[in-house]
Write a protein that binds this ligand. Structure first.
Ligand code: FE
Length: 248
């Protein structure tokens, strides 16, 4: 069965990385919750997509330049008055849920990995009982290398459209193997049976991201990818349930 990952807690249904979205996701009939993490200046770990608060909250500034207290003071747009969560808070929301973590390690606003951040994330997940239920992801091979040095947990490479376009499928697969990356994910619009077959023939898992419309969700399910992320988790759960009913 293709796994569904609620992207940022279901952005199109609940707002971007909101407490209400994560609480709702923890109760859904799906397998994973996708989220992104950034450090504060006092080394708290914040669950938020962008490296800054500017676009999605009533505050501004780079998370890495603010304290946890300052970031927690921001109100998320379309988030029912909610404030950004710490990774510790996210762990407690999911501690009794069957939904597992898909944790994306983000770079800073300058596009570079945060110094010494990966060990903090791994340690925090471990301390709060979620490391054994976490898959990691990143667009940066450099970050996946750092993860490989830190943990045996599964990891996947989010291959951007320009990277796939410039390298081509064969070089992407070669790079993944050379860096001990067992899974790649591409934008759903770039996915097709040929690419999936080539990735799987190399012994790698294949998934998709950004399946937000019904059509994109249906495509990911029809391709039979391992997992896809979606901003509309309720819709994806309903479509998958309907399809499995039709097959019975
Ligand atoms: Fe992400």
């Amino acid at each position: 069965m293709t796994r569904i990952a609620s992207h940022r807690g279901g952005t199109l249904e609940f707002g971007d990385s909101t407490p209400q979205g994560f609480i709702a996701t923890a109760r859904m009939a799906l397998e994973e919750v996708e989220f992104d993490v950034h450090p504060t200046v006092d080394r708290a770990i914040i669950v938020h997509h962008d490296p800054t608060l500017d676009a999605t909250t009533d505050r501004s500034g780079a998370i890495a330049g603010l304290t946890e207290f300052e970031v927690k003071g921001a109100t998320i747009n379309y988030g029912a008055g909610g404030h950004p969560l710490t990774l510790q808070e996210l762990c407690s929301i999911f501690s009794r849920s069957s939904v597992d973590f898909r944790c994306e390690i983000k770079p800073g606003a300058d596009g570079r990995p945060y110094p010494n951040f990966v060990p903090d994330v791994v340690e925090t997940l471990d301390r709060h009982g979620m490391l054994g239920r976490t898959t990691f992801s990143s667009f940066l091979v450099e970050v996946l290398d750092l993860l490989d040095a830190e943990t045996d947990r599964p990891k996947l490479w989010l291959v951007s459209q320009p990277v796939l376009h410039q390298l081509g499928a064969a070089a992407v697969i070669e790079t993944a193997i050379a860096h001990r990356i067992p899974e790649i994910g591409v934008h759903v619009d770039m996915a097709d049976a040929q690419l999936k077959t080539a990735v799987q023939a190399a012994g790698l898992d294949f998934g998709c991201w950004a399946a937000h419309s019904a059509q994109q969700i249906e495509k990911a399910l029809a391709l039979g990818v391992k997992v896809f992320t979606t901003d509309r988790p309720s819709l994806a759960v309903a479509i998958r349930a309907q399809k499995s009913k039709e097959q019975d």
